[in-house]
Design a protein around this ligand. Structure first.
Ligand code: ADP
Ligand code: SF4
Ligand code: MG
Length: 352
């Protein structure tokens, strides 16, 4: 179905800018990553860092708006940005589909859950309504809706939050897309349901061999789900690499901040919670140099005011070419080991 040369998805230098009355919002500014079939990339970062805008661009959702989109989004050998609106419409929901955070707003309140899922199937398949309904029942059952034959004609508000998210997943997967984008799919759910939904996504991924982009502000979700992680700040990747590497040898202060501000990423129950000071920047007027510099307590360790004047390139650190970071610090490993780890994981420090 797709070319075997190169990765299944390759996003290259993606730029999404929104011209507004106040200036240009640089929501995504030169983002690149790759993803293979059956693999998961976790995109993390605080609210407003450009996660949703970047993934909406993959779905072509900015078409018809004033957004300026450039770069390449190559899926299965085809650059999606080169397709006509009609060609993109045919692929959306079939080759790439999106699972949103809030199914209640993504689903239409006046149509039954079953009809909406069946519609997603009918749009892309030349089958009877009866066959679409049968396929819908099968999917509802597959995603763990109890008694699907009795729930298929319910309206979205009659489902619990967890059940709605399952139905949303059924709708997203009904055409067996190669690429699934899950945008904060469990943020609105309680911890137990969240774990069930993530398990379900992983089961379905194994079954369908899908590539998944999971967007989250939660590094715990990344630790559980993702092969690779891409940390975003102010519309750019600031750290990118295999999840295990990034979580055990994080190479830049923003990632350290994210790690310090979530509990239990590495199963350490005594981990301290240290929020990142300050707020994410406006993407209308992002800070000069390293966009994280106004919030970074380590910038005094970098000589010649580089942090405020010069944007660091995304370059490999000490962990080899597959793990890149955007930071001027000369020896982040040493700093992390001696200053950061003792604060966030006191249990790991051996007294001598
Ligand atoms: N249509 C739009 N017009 C102008 N700015 C937008 C538009 N959509 C998103 N933005 C801005 O782009 C930035 C990134 O948004 P988003 O990708 O939704 O962040 P998040 O990382 O929370 O998903 C935000 O500053 C947001 O306000
Ligand atoms: S480049 Fe400077 S300001 Fe940016 S994260 Fe590194 S040390 Fe901090
Ligand atoms: Mg978002």
């Amino acid at each position: 179905m797709h070319s075997n040369d190169g990765p299944y998805l390759s996003v290259e230098d993606l730029v999404v800018h929104f011209p507004t009355a106040d200036g240009i919002v640089k929501a995504t500014d030169g983002l690149s990553f790759t993803l293979g079939r059956g693999k998961t990339i976790g995109v993390v970062g605080e609210s407003g860092s450009g996660k949703s805008v970047s993934s909406s661009a993959i779905l072509g959702l900015h078409r018809g708006s004033s957004a300026q989109v450039s770069g390449r989004i190559v899926l299965g050998g085809t650059d999606l940005l080169m397709l006509s609106d009609e060609e993109m419409r045919l692929r959306r929901g079939k080759e790439v589909s999106m699972i949103f955070q809030d199914p209640l707003s993504a689903m239409h309140p006046y149509y039954t859950v079953g009809n909406q899922i069946a519609e997603a199937y009918l749009v892309h398949n030349d089958v009877s309504k009866k066959a679409a309904r049968a396929r819908t029942l099968e999917m509802l059952e597959r995603v763990g809706i109890p008694q699907p034959d009795r729930r298929i004609d319910d309206y979205p508000h009659q489902f619990s939050g967890g059940m709605r998210q399952r139905a949303m997943i059924a709708m997203g997967l009904i055409n067996d897309p190669g690429l699934i984008i899950a945008d904060e799919p469990t943020t609105a759910l309680d911890v137990t349901v969240q774990a069930q939904i993530l398990d379900l996504l992983q089961d379905l991924q194994r079954e369908f061999n899908s590539a998944i982009i999971i967007i989250t502000h939660d590094l715990g979700v990344v630790a559980e789900m993702a092969d690779d992680v891409l940390v975003m700040y102010a519309g750019r990747a600031v750290e990118y690499g295999p999840t295990k590497d990034v979580l055990t040898h994080p190479q830049m202060p923003y990632t350290w901040g994210l790690l310090s501000s979530v509990p239990d990423v590495q199963g350490d129950t005594n981990a301290a919670l240290i929020p990142i000071p300050g707020n994410p920047p406006s993407l209308l007027n992002p800070p000069t140099g390293c966009a994280f510099h106004p919030r970074c307590v380590h910038r005094s360790k970098v000589p010649a005011d580089l942090c405020t004047t010069t944007l660091p390139e995304l370059l490999p650190g000490s962990q080899g070419p597959g793990h890149t970071k955007r930071c001027h610090l000369a020896d982040p490993d040493e700093l992390y080991r001696t200053e950061i780890l003792p604060e966030i994981m006191p249990d790991l420090i051996v007294e001598d």
